[in-house]
Design a binder for this molecule. Structure first.
Ligand code: CTP
Length: 409
């Protein structure tokens, strides 16, 4: 996922020799899609599972493996010194033992020792090896040193066996690692908050091949979801037909994503998820009307001639339903896209909408043929429930997202 406003950090991903190395490709990809600069340090054993070209292609950087390469640049410590975050995935039982003892007989070992950045390990091994007293003692030593251990999870392992030892899913590792980074940076001001964000535009089908939609790309909503996750929140993104340009070629890392198509599906997902969150951000562009009936087969010109009449019926107002069912202490943020050019009239419409919908904050932005949609930037005014202007923001959608989230922190 491309998000220009994410502070680009230097992340070292150490890969050791376990079959879960293939899943670590997803970890590297997750960091890259979140906008970070990723340096893979692979052990020789890791390269027997997944080859160098894969790591280089996915990380978009050369892969370092050798202790005795780049000696003039003192590479064995430089990588660790410049890292903002070090993640080892998978971390084999052998690697945990080495790291617990501070052994530095390879490039990953020297990198970890030379780094003062948060260290996140994702163990992966067979259940017996994980449960072994030696491994458990090593993990305890590492934890006591402040190392973050993610997983392992319980589930099917490589052979016929099943149990604890399975490496956590890439998304979970990325989420935990970025949370550790935000904690270190002091930017995790939404830690412990659960946030629901809706993004994108709903599509109301007319027949199996056609729909009524809108121009929302989902960019601003996704930027909000990513910014909230980066600030420590647990984020669920209800995504309606996001533009491919927004999601890149993979799902957003570190978020739980629920995909929906129509307003009815978005409503169902939002009402279901709302009960479990402290914050709701309703950034999706929801169709106000849907076709009264959906044709089971393609609508044919021969059946209609020169004029085709469509009958539309009102969709429920999801935001109003959410505010009506608000949990105590829940904060609900609505959006209002207006084409009105005059600032005063726009504020007037926004104030009426904030009151009508019962939101805590209303993010007002101007849209038009050339404004607001599919652009990387946005310009918004945020009103509170009483209609007072509480924030104004302009710039990259990520920057705008952070300004909006500042109201919650
Ligand atoms: N919204 C919603 N359900 C709908 C329509 C809109 O939850 N059926 C939400 C949007 O997600 C947004 C807010 O309501 O957060 C305002 O959307 P907007 O389209 O600006 O307002 P409408 O209520 O549709 O009013 P109008 O289009 O008449 O200006």
């Amino acid at each position: 996922m491309t998000e220009s406003a994410v502070a680009r950090r230097r992340i070292v991903v150490g890969v050791t020799g376990g079959i879960a190395a293939y899943k670590a490709v997803g970890v590297v990809r997750g960091f890259v899609l979140a906008g970070h600069d990723v340096q893979v340090v692979a052990t020789d054993a890791a390269l027997r599972f997944v080859g160098r070209p894969t790591w280089e292609a996915i990380s978009r950087n050369p892969v370092e493996t050798e202790l005795y390469e780049g000696v003039a640049e003192v590479r064995h410590v430089a990588i660790g010194q410049s890292a903002d975050l070090v993640v080892v995935a998978p971390a084999t039982a052998n690697e945990l033992a080495k790291l617990a003892a501070g052994i530095a007989d390879d490039l990953l070992g020297t990198t970890v020792l030379a780094s003062t950045a948060p260290l996140v390990l994702a163990p992966a091994m067979h259940t017996e090896m994980w449960r072994n007293a030696a491994t458990q003692a090593n993990v305890a030593v590492l934890r006591a040193r402040g190392v973050h251990i993610v997983g392992p999870e319980s589930g099917p392992l490589t052979g016929q066996d099943s149990g604890p030892g399975r490496m956590s899913e890439p998304d979970e590792i990325v989420r935990a690692a970025l949370a550790a980074l935000a904690d270190r940076d002091g930017t995790a001001d939404l830690r412990g908050r659960r946030v629901l964000v809706t993004a994108g535009g709903t599509r109301e089908p007319l027949d199996p091949v056609r729909f009524i939609g809108n121009r929302s790309s989902g960019r601003q909503g996704v930027a909000l979801a990513l910014a909230a996750a980066r600030r420590g929140a647990e984020v669920t993104l209800v995504a309606a037909n996001l533009d491919t340009g927004v999601t890149g070629s993979g799902p957003p890392a570190g978020l739980r994503v629920v995909s929906v198509g129509t307003a009815a599906e978005l409503r169902e997902a939002a009402l279901r998820e709302a009960g479990a969150v402290e914050v709701i951000v309703m950034a999706a562009a929801v169709a106000d009307y849907r076709p009264e009936g959906v044709s089971e087969s393609k609508i044919k010109k021969d059946d209609h001639g020169d004029r085709l009449e469509l009958h539309l019926v009102r969709n429920p107002d999801i935001l109003s339903e959410l505010t009506a069912a608000r949990r105590p202490g829940q904060t609900i943020i609505g959006f209002a896209a207006e084409t009105e050019p005059g600032r005063d009239r726009q504020l007037e419409l926004g104030r009426a909408k904030a009151e009508r919908k019962g939101v805590d904050y209303l993010v007002l932005n101007r849209v038009g043929w050339t404004e607001g949609f599919s652009t990387p930037t946005n310009s918004v005014t945020v009103l509170d429930r009483a209609g007072a202007i509480v924030a104004e923001a302009e710039g990259a959608k990520g920057t705008v997202a952070d300004r909006i989230l500042d109201l919650l922190a």
